[in-house]
Design a protein around this ligand. Structure first.
Ligand code: TYD
Length: 143
């Protein structure tokens, strides 16, 4: 599935409500823009935790604050977006070659992550210097 999502796009997930509560649904085609192959969530986070601090070579992700709030900072080499996460009805699209940092967790903050592939450590870029070099190369005309 070729995604039409862009860096940091807010994807409206919506919610179906009745008097008892709300349900939010995430589907590959309708919301993620990629086939969801893995689901994980960050939880039990300390308020001063710093998560992320890496990018991926090929992985696409959709991130949702399903409880509480935190700050998500995305950088793609040319642009930085600082996103206040706290709405469980909105997902943020994180494409490949995006450096992400998550911090400022409220009590009970939980970040759901939907990913386009199973875990593969070789897809990670964990060095900021390496990320900047790869991003600069990918931004060059003809790449
Ligand atoms: P990492 O992706 O670095 O976490 P974060 O971005 O939240 O700081 O993963 C933390 C650890 O968990 C690392 O040792 C890799 C491992 N891990 C898996 O084994 N499988 C997975 O699907 C994920 C996301 C992480």
């Amino acid at each position: 599935m070729k995604t039409t999502r862009n860096f940091g796009d807010e994807i409206e997930l919506g919610a179906i409500a009745d008097e008892s509560g709300r349900i939010t649904i995430i589907e590959s085609s309708l919301h993620a823009g990629f086939k969801i192959e893995r689901v994980y969530f960050l939880h039990s986070l300390k308020s001063d935790a710093q998560r992320g601090g890496h990018a991926h070579l090929e992985l696409c992700q959709l991130m949702v604050a399903i409880n509480g709030s935190f700050t998500l900072t995305l950088t793609n080499g040319g642009q930085t977006k600082v996103i206040k996460m706290g709405n469980p009805s909105v997902g943020i699209f994180v494409p490949p070659l995006t450096w992400r940092s998550l911090h400022g967790f409220s009590p009970g903050a939980t970040c759901l992550v939907l990913a386009s592939a199973e875990y593969d450590e070789s897809d990670y870029i964990r060095s900021r210097l390496e990320f900047e070099a790869i991003s600069a190369k990918s931004l060059q005309p003809g790449q």
